[in-house]
Design a protein around this ligand. Sequence first.
Ligand code: C2E
Ligand code: MG
Ligand code: MG
Ligand code: MG
Length: 281
Amino acid sequence: HAKADGRKRERFFTSEMEAQMQLRHALEADLRAAVEKGEFELHYQPLYDLSKQQICGFEALIRWNHPIRGRVSPMDFIPLAEEVGLIVDIGRWVLRQACSDAAQWPEDIKVAVNVSAIQFSGSDLMQDVSEALAAAALLPSRLELEITESVLMENLSEVLPILHALKERGIRISMDDFGTGYSSLSYLSSFPFDKIKIDKSFVNDIVDNKEAHAIMRAIILLGDALGMRVTVEGVETAAQLGLLECEECDEIQGYHISPPRPVRDVPHLLSMPPKSDGNFS
Ligand code: C2E
Ligand code: MG
Ligand code: MG
Ligand code: MG
């Protein structure tokens, strides 16, 4: 009996795994064609300067409009694109599109682009960035590259010289999702980041929970002490904004300012009145 059950279960898992593999293969094939078919789109989410009380930049976030599946989240296709190496082509497209979009914006507005580990090892990132800037006639100082800790961890000795070269070119480097890796602090001193972006998981309870507030305050002070700008991601309420203003956080990003929007909405976002609430105490 048990043996028969076992065999049945085995078959069940096998066909389930097969179905998953088929889905992956189908998705991979679609992903391969998506760049040429123009199915990707960049949405932009404001970076809001708390002391100036105005938008100081936008983060480019990729969207895939699949003809049948509809909108596929980057969380669902970026990891696959990384695994099969397609992220190099996709990343190149993102850089070009983001730079050419930003060239249409006021000169004090920056654009932030997410970069994967694979782009450091599987391609000439420096050349891709240079070509994107040149094609758009965008100043290097208007481009920020966001990398996560895992990018650094992947291959420190290969990544660090490229980061230094990019910095020398005048491009800014931000550490994304700060606090989610397991040895954030040691990586902070390995490279002079221009900015750290504190992960949204740290912002959730800052208003109601003293400990969460204390941790946020400490990370902001740390970034400040190391001479880095500090951005807090995932700010969803006026109370969170008020608290971060008091803690002298430099920038915030989140639904409270605006969710990511299509590029055509950028002029409207730039004309919004200040979001700061001076009433927090
Ligand atoms: P990320 O770089 O940390 O981007 C921030 C994510 O948080 C975005 O998710 C954004 O929509 C979301 N978010 C912003 N404000 C709020 C908020 O107030 N509350 C909550 N709950 N979420 C908020 P999205 O657009 O789904 O992107 C997810 C991740 O996919 C990004 O995380 C980034 O790691 C990756 N990604 C997106 N675009 C690209 C790209 O062009 N290249 C690469 N390599 N990765 C990308
Ligand atoms: Mg990012
Ligand atoms: Mg992030
Ligand atoms: Mg500061």
